[in-house]
Design a protein around this ligand. Structure first.
Ligand SMILES: *Cc1c(COP(=O)(O)O)cnc(C)c1O
Length: 424
């Protein structure tokens, strides 16, 4: 517009939550409050901003790790600087490196295959099903003698079928690293994600279920994998081993990096974690109301969630028979003020240019061209045809946060009802 003013969105007058500053925030971000402020101030007043150094360290990161382990039921939790760092540390801890392949679902954020490449290995893409998570039926077909690990992704609060994936991994003697970045607090068959595989990787980035702006966590039950993770995240050795409870170091040093979480980040993360049960409880309650609300509308099918009690209900999806109907439904919802969209724009992750072109920062760093790598892969359209089809007909109609009230849910239900009536 000529006067430079923003066009008002239909939601500004139509949906009270979407028009508040909270409406467009993701779960954790929408709940930030005084508790985080006080915890951060305490850390600054301690003048001890590192988990390892300072005159009066409050052990905030350590307390966060202990609380995270309790929350998930994992034996160990290691705080790191991002979800991507968590994935890389977990993959390295699992022994993944040059010459290896890691099986990744066709639909995920770029960080998932990116971390595999950063660890020196080659990502191999497997199909997803209509839940948008790894299809166990395709997984086994993608295993080769070079496969070292499986990297299932619990996408937007929906857990993968970990029982079947675990069984396949066991039969082929493969490690599992779970990408839990989008799904903190999700359970499968009563067991928290991040405790099914050999290692779990969580993110605390700003758009995730709980957040410290940036940050991540590695979980494991295995003392050796935990020791390798701790070593890799901090230069291969230990500053003070009693700061890692339960750790009995017995492995040799190896060169690591620095992914240590700062105390200031730990302060926010600790208070966000204290809110997790309330966040997930609210999300699940809102989802059930939505589910009941649309249950009478003919011809609608919800995205399968693999576990009715364990999934988070943070992102609501509908499955259509074909891309055309999906598109018409999307337009009908948009006309009624919602902001529906396809996951990752409806594109599989392997069509992102850096993966598609197998491009690393320097050509010598390429895991695909490593002399240790005996396979040969190309990526491109048609690589996972079923996933490409599914991604075009599973519509994400709303991402909610705990600030959404019953009336907001009812408005979304009403929009869906009207759209369903208008799309043949
Ligand atoms: C966000 C995300 C990551 C990476 O986490 P960061 O904290 O942003 O590094 C990895 N995998 C998935 C599926 C994600 O959504």
């Amino acid at each position: 517009m000529s006067d430079g003013k923003k066009e008002p969105s239909p939601f500004d007058t139509w949906n009270p939550v979407q028009s508040t500053p909270y409406g467009r925030l993701n779960s954790g971000a929408s709940t930030l409050g005084e508790e985080e402020v006080q915890e951060v101030l305490a850390v600054i007043r301690s003048r001890s901003l590192s988990r390892d150094y300072g005159p009066d360290c409050l052990n905030t990161v350590l307390r966060f790790e202990q609380a995270f382990a309790r929350q998930t039921g994992a034996r160990y939790a290691l705080a790191v600087t991002s979800g991507t760092a968590a994935l890389k540390v977990a993959l390295v801890a699992a022994g993944v490196g040059p010459g290896h392949e890691v099986i990744v679902p066709a639909c995920t954020f770029i960080a998932t295959p990116g971390a595999v490449v950063a660890a020196g290995a080659v990502p191999i893409f497997a199909e997803i099903d209509e839940s948008l998570t790894l299809d166990p039926d395709d997984l086994e077909a993608k295993i080769t003698p070079r496969t070292r690990a499986i990297l299932p992704v619990h996408l937007s609060g929906v857990p993968c079928q970990m029982d079947r994936i675990s069984e396949i991994a066991k039969r082929h003697n493969l490690k599992i690293v779970e990408d839990c970045a989008q799904s903190c607090g999700t359970a499968y068959q009563g067991r928290q994600i991040g405790t099914w595989g050999d290692l779990g990787a969580f993110s605390l980035q700003f758009s995730k279920i709980i957040t410290s702006g940036e940050g991540g966590v590695v979980t494991s039950d295995d003392p050796d994998l935990y020791e390798r993770a701790v070593r890799y995240h901090d230069q291969g050795s230990f500053r003070e081993k009693d700061r890692f409870p339960g750790l009995q170091p017995h492995l040799d040093e190896f060169v690591g990096e620095n992914y240590r979480m700062p105390e200031l980040t730990g302060a926010v993360a600790l208070q966000q974690l204290a809110r997790l049960n309330e966040i997930t409880g609210t999300l699940r309650t809102r989802f059930r109301r939505f589910q009941e609300g649309i249950s009478g509308i003919k011809g609608l099918r919800l995205r399968p969630v693999n576990d009715e009690a364990g999934h988070l209900g943070v992102r609501w999806g509908l499955v259509f028979d074909d891309a055309g109907t999906c598109k018409r439904f999307s337009e009908a919802l948009r006309a009624r003020g919602l902001s529906p969209g396809l996951s990752y724009g409806g594109k599989p992750v392997y069509l992102q240019p850096q993966i598609l072109n197998q491009a690393t920062a320097t050509p010598e760093a390429s895991p695909w061209k490593s002399p240790l790598y005996k396979g040969e892969v190309t990526y491109g359209k048609g690589l996972c045809p079923r996933s490409e089809d599914i991604l075009q007909r599973v519509l994400m109609i709303a991402s909610i946060n705990p600030r959404y009230a019953d009336q907001d849910v009812d408005q979304i239900v009403e929009a869906v009802r009207q759209a369903a009536g208008s799309v043949p």
